[in-house]
Design a protein around this ligand. Sequence first.
Ligand SMILES: [Zn+2]
Length: 197
Amino acid sequence: MDEKFKQIAKLFQKLPGVGPRQAVRFVLALLDKPDSEIEELGYAISNLKRDISFCSQCFNISDSQVCSVCANPSRDRTKLLVVEKVTDLDSIEKTGLYRGLYHVLGGAINPLDNILPNNLRITELNRRIDESAGQFTELILAMNPNTPGETTALYLKSQFADKPGLSITRLGRGLASGSHLEYADESTLKHALEFRK
Ligand SMILES: [Zn+2]
């Protein structure tokens, strides 16, 4: 295989879930596209960080300073649900069952991948709770039911246990251990939301 080809395939392998064979398929598929489409993709990727930004309050993806969830006056501002990723937030929004606010951590604690508490938006979460001056009465931990998710939930529980007037709950049963929130079907998520503990 050509060196340049290998180099481009390696870049695709940096994406989550993309192995060497799939990376090669991506490069081959791109080679079949007209120049204009490849240029459009290249342009979109190189401007990604400038064009797409995060909500200053919850870190949801947003093209304005405050996302549509945070800006919505009908949301329940006493509940704060903590997720690992924006895709988890999307899955929960799709159920239509949760009417509170969110906080996106940006991942889960995983020392094997060098992801430690200070790599996540935990300081921001702490500040948000403190600055809200008792606005939040429930902090719902909606981490993935796997080892990094469990570690993160336990860490957050210990960090926020002594906040006055704040009860800490977790998504309830129904979520299979080792699974991912973003792939859970709607009825499973509804059940987990209703039966939080
Ligand atoms: Zn927001």
